[in-house]
Design a binder for this molecule. Sequence first.
Ligand code: NAD
Ligand code: MG
Length: 332
Amino acid sequence: MASSTQGQVITCKAAVAYEPNKPMVIEDVQVAPPQAGEVRIKILFTALCHTDHYTWSGKKPDGTELLIPRVSFLAFLAMKLLELLKVSVKESLKCSLVIMSFLVTKRNAENASFARAERPTSVVKFVLLQYNYIGLGAVWNTAKVEAGSIVAVFGLGTVGLAVAEGAKSAGASRIIGIDIDSKKFDVAKNFGVTEFVNPKDHDKPIQQVIVDLTDGGVDYSFECIGNVSVMRAALECCHKGWGTSVIVGVAASGQEISTRPFQLVTGRVWKGTAFGGFKSRTQVPWLVEKYMNKEIKVDEYITHTMTLAEINKAFDLLHEGGCLRCVLTAHE
Ligand code: NAD
Ligand code: MG
């Protein structure tokens, strides 16, 4: 699709991080025209959440292979947008945050039916869907929680809430939510959490509190924080003989987990999950379908909408725990 800025350097608004732990600066940046094998895409909004680094690959109906390395949710989005615009892509695409800054206008997105969704805001929901299916997949694919199970979820951020949602859909009889921030408990009820424990309310180690509460331990536990001592607690609150603990949270680099081997030799299982164990090429469309049929939540995770200029305020809210996911729009 030709556009008036084809082949030209364009000026875009960007939130630039010059230094770690410093506010971002909203600036105009110059973006060079795409080189061979690259495209420019205008993005109207983005979702503030962790980025991760998987490769998205897919095929267009004419058999053209699309390979977009890194930043999977944006890559998934890029692929969907290219499909919608019927852009023919012959080579593999280099996808970076920069290429996400141009091409699709709001009107284009409005005119096309984007995977059967009517409005451009649907695009951002596909971005958010990825965060839900990590949690859903941890339950459905990695742990394979059965009906009647007792489940403990450590950390009730977006990932932990999605684990609770998955556990509820799997028919868990008790879903115990554990968080040091009690204001998470109200919202967590809507995602299936049936009981709440704040470790700060107890003198005993949290694993002991959960074992006592469940008469011997839980069938499944999920660590959704990224804290290695909580990972240990999550394993140790599992029932001996069969209890399974899944590490979903990503610990800081260089950190190590530990426990006594006795914990494992007595039959507990320690596992981890990436991407919720879904096969993205075949199963992401299936998940999108489930969302469209209102079988899984997405909108419920969006607690705030702000403009790009408010990005630092949005980060503060995320850090304070006052926000699950914030959608940033490009326009005022
Ligand atoms: P978040 O920051 O929104 O939620 C974390 C929650 O844990 C918060 O509610 C916080 O109050 C709570 N918490 C912090 N310390 C605690 C403690 N000691 N005990 C109990 N609760 C505590 O994070 P999120 O977006 O939900 O992500 C959770 C984790 O999942 C992160 O580590 C993220 O990197 C990871 N993640 C994993 C994958 C994967 O594929 N495995 C993918 C994406 C994200
Ligand atoms: Mg969160």
